[in-house]
Design a protein around this ligand. Structure first.
Ligand SMILES: Nc1nc2c(ncn2[C@@H]2O[C@H](COP(=O)(O)OP(=O)(O)OP(=O)(O)O)[C@@H](O)[C@H]2O)c(=O)[nH]1
Ligand SMILES: [Mg+2]
Length: 242
């Protein structure tokens, strides 16, 4: 118990049209932290979702309390990269957990991330779908191949030593994330990968934990040809510049 008193975890939860998913993910997060006696806050960064996600977030804050649910809404859809930066600026924890709000990332993995981090005092622990024990459920073959292909090409060109580069379920020491995010220039899917490349560049230690990724519970997916081309362009930029 005493070991946890100085350690606090800030979960950054960026949301855009997640009104159905948000109550479930919030409940699972609060349950996981409470059961494991972990000090935490959940920072919800909503970008003025047209589906009224912020109204749902306010109700959740009323239920779970302002010390556990922090609302940091923004006026429009400004993108994930700046949502994380805004979240970090508002975080009071010394560790940051980044995850999606659409239930693709299950909170039950968080205690494993924390355990792993402590084992080697790692700077970063990243959830991997592509190591033993991990996996992907609910995706069609096209989406699976796209994800595998994206990781394969990045691994081939950049040799980052991390098996899941495009995943976004990660635990960071706060100052480490601050430094990495400041150096990261990409947008879109390449963003998560660049963060790992920068981590290696700065010499930060990265450990992996297997995770099971499930396709989003509610809402439409947006991966299209534009995102794939954007990814390849970003990859090339990194390959020629890092
Ligand atoms: N604040 C904010 N959150 C966003 C934005 N775009 C996406 N998100 C959230 O970021 C997380 C990841 O986005 P997703 O849309 O799930 O991306 P994805 O998993 O690659 O694609 P899906 O197949 O649609 O799930 C989710 O919690 C989204 O609600 C944005 O512009 N601003
Ligand atoms: Mg998703």
């Amino acid at each position: 118990m005493a070991a946890n008193t100085q350690t606090k975890y800030s979960v950054l939860l960026p949301t855009y049209n997640e009104r159905e998913n948000l109550p479930i993910i919030t409940w699972l997060l609060t349950k996981t932290f409470a059961e494991n006696n972990i000090d935490y806050e959940i920072i919800i960064i909503d970008d003025n979702s047209p589906d009224g996600t912020l109204e749902v977030a306010k109700q959740l804050q009323a239920v779970y309390g302002e010390d556990h649910i922090v609302l940091r809404p923004r006026s429009g859809k400004l993108g994930l990269g700046t949502a994380y930066i805004y979240g970090i600026e508002n975080a009071t924890g010394n560790f940051i957990i980044i995850m999606d709000a659409d239930m693709s990332h299950h909170p039950k993995a968080i205690p494993e991330f924390i355990k792993k981090q402590k084992e080697g005092n790692y700077d970063i622990v990243t959830g991997s779908r592509y190591i033993n024990g991990g996996g992907v459920y609910g995706w069609d073959l096209r989406r699976k191949l796209t994800s595998r292909g994206a990781n394969f090409i990045a691994d081939f060109l950049l040799r980052p030593g991390v098996s899941d580069l495009t995943g976004s379920f990660r635990l960071y020491k706060k100052h480490v994330l601050q430094q990495i995010i400041k150096a990261t220039v990409s947008k879109g899917y390449v963003f998560q990968m660049e963060m790992m490349i920068r981590a290696r560049q700065f010499g930060f230690s990265v450990a992996e934990v297997p995770i099971t990724f499930v396709d989003r519970v509610y809402g439409e997916s947006k991966l299209g040809v534009g995102e794939i081309i954007g990814y390849l362009k970003g990859l090339w930029m990194l390959f020629t510049s890092v």
